[in-house]
Design a protein. Sequence first.
Length: 395
Amino acid sequence: MSGPQRITVLGATGSIGLSTLDVVARHPERYQVFALSGFSRLAELKVLCLRHRPRYAVVPDQRSARNLGESLKAAGLGTEVLVGEAGLCEVASAPEVDAVMAAIVGAAGLKPTLAAVEAGKKVLLANKEALVMSGALFMRAVHASGAVLLPIDSEHNAIFQCLPADYARGLAATGVRRILLTASGGPFRETPLAALEQVTPEQACAHPNWSMGRKISVDSASMMNKGLELIEACWLFDARPEQVEVLIHPQSVIHSLVDYVDGSVLAQLGNPDMRTPIAHALAWPERIDSGVPPLDLFAVARLDFQAPDIERFPCLHLARQAAEAGGTAPAMLNAANEVAVAAFLERRVRFPEIASIIDHVLNVEATGEASSLDCVLSADARARALAGQWLERRR
Ligand code: NAD
Ligand code: MG
């Protein structure tokens, strides 16, 4: 390819967005920032624009667009500022773009990520919720457009690295017995069960190994993150839910493993720093420096494993059930979880009620076919409404 690759970073102000820009900035000869988006921390977005000089920036509303546009112009930048979901879809699919980092959190990332997929881009997928919600449609769009989908989630990136190059022929056909998905167990792995009633958002967001956005931090504490990742793995690698086993590995050094029929088990190891999977996907199939220090196994000293406890982590069980049910069940699981996590972060519900809300939504509402984007979005809306009603009744 001639000249640097042009990259759009959706969700540039977030944890993954910032790590992406850190890697990109180490390789100016390889990468050039085409567009950056932000939703809330717009002063930070301005700083990122000044540093990376994108052609476009995307913000949520007209007023912020005017403010950002004027201050960038005053600083001598020609960055054009676009607005809302339409702006996100535009910078995700523009003909000049080579690769899109999909790092918006939650369902809000679905349409822009799909726009990148449909435009046949190289799509670096951090926004797992988009794939969980619309898996069948999403993967169909990948195959139809020829988009190159590379997983950023550290576990899926690890699995991708451990699978044979021709894994798309099928797991069984390529000798894969199962996928072993590792989980840290989060901050409440050893908290007495009764004490979970009292845990705070601050405690839930204080992850022992990873520094991440607030939503995924709560998901890690409840292990819904692993549940979403189980569904994500099924779509990415064409696996059945029972082919994916979850194991708790508190050190977060092994990022996941692949078990082959001959008894070989391949693992990918590394320091828990998202710049490794980001650099891997950016440069794939080459390798580049990510800024992550080399793994010191003498300092790690030991690697532990344990089975997840269903009583402690009911969200993992709910996600597995949704994976098995298929159709719109994962979209509803995800939507109910987004509402429940936001309510927990606002201190409106206790931590164990996150699972109660999701369980309620999945029991009340019948799931259907996820055959179109409309089906998925209306399942998402129904699940949000039901979760909202649950919250109302609780007051
Ligand atoms: P974050 O909260 O730090 O950042 C989220 C980004 O999305 C921000 O740029 C924010 O401005 C933007 N955003 C939020 N709501 C939006 C909306 N309604 N419309 C448009 N943009 C919006 O989150 P994060 O930790 O960077 O996670 C991003 C995604 O990557 C999530 O899907 C998460 O599950 C996934 N992921 C994150 C990590 C990690 O280590 N942080 C690891 C694996 C996967
Ligand atoms: Mg992960």
